[in-house]
Design a protein. Sequence first.
Length: 482
Amino acid sequence: MSGAMQAFVSQNQLPSLKCNLLVLDDDRSWRESAREVGQSLGCTVTCVDNEPSAMRTLASRPVDLMLLNPAIAAGEGVGLVSRIRECFPETEIIAVSADATVDSVLAALKAGAHQFLRKPVLKDELQLIVDRAAEKLEASRKERDARERLKADPGFLGLVGISAEMQKLYRMITRVSSSRHPVMILGESGTGKEKLARAIHNNGEAKPLPFVTVDCKSLTSATAESELFGHARGALPGSIRPRDGALLLANGGTLFLDHVSELPAEVQGKLVRALQEHAVRPLGGTKGIACDFRVIAAADTDIEAAVQQGSFRRDLFFRLNVVTLRLPPLRERKEDIQLLAEFVLQRLSSAKRTQFALAPEAMKTLIAYDWPGNVRELENCLESAVAVSPISCLAVDAFPPEVRAGSTYSKGTGGIRRGSIVPLAELERQAILSTLEQLHGDKIMTARLLGIGKTTLYRKLKEYGITDHWPAPAEENQASGA
């Protein structure tokens, strides 16, 4: 190994994930030195001395990092960089040359090289490059694993949805959960901002550590400082022992500040200092206590307007708003409504040991409604329907009035809004289902009141695919057995 590269790296500095390294150079001594260095860093190293061999290697297996001498292609090295970049975009290219000029460096970078190094390469330079490649590979692996989990399960860490907006959000979760940067979550009330915060926490290394939630809307000027920072013994009337606040309870983990725009002005400055100094001074205390946590904040109002109006400190906003995630309202991802409804009903079915389902027109009603209260309103609607419905097949009549009135379907006109054209088969279907509901599933009485035969009713129910949702009463079983 050359003197410039010997004793290159200590064993305790090995990257956490091995990467595949390809070295392309016509200098045999340099190739062998690079091989030894790469292997000492934990890389799988392949060395070649010509372009065809390099292209065959790239085509045969993934290459994470490539050290390339542009001069090897007889003055066409820039073209070689462009070809590799085009055919193998995932490979990070590091151009290495002993005779670099400003023009050649700029040309290589413009062609797609990620970096240009001058020979002899210093040990720290290649160390950083390999470490960065390993980190990039690890991030890609985590994102790929997250996508596979999403394909297998439409629910992701407590969030449910397959829409393009939610898939974009899942990708962002995999990226931000591996860091400790503050995150600001914006979204309307009921969109699931706390679930998103928990997903970020649970998808990272802090999962086993505390996740502490503070509802800033519930804090008052008198209680905010004690709730957030704790208090020393005797600092408050009747406080005979010290008490840790939310910041200390979240030490090592995540502090979630919900409705952060409602945080009382009196404690905003103290929170800025705590975030800046990584220390907390309890109320009545004389010195700070070291404390390190990740902060995730959420707001369902225009927090930037609060900054402009002066009710929310600008410096605190900038400290919290390092990464911004937006949760879309339910009306912007209606393709997720059916999946969400089935997810909620599965949970309710398990809790009540009864298999609940939605009649087709009921599902259409849910999809047609705009859900101003978002996912929370949908969950409440289904819980209410399960509570009031006499049967396990939920129909439109079981929904709250605002849901029925705000959708395409409406109870007041036999399930359809006035002015729409309804096929006779649909009217018949709704008449049968509505009568069955009112009679608590009594099929014999339903057939009599509607003036149809019992056999016809069973056939119709079988056509609708919901026969099993109405168990026959005892007297009906006796009648059918007679």
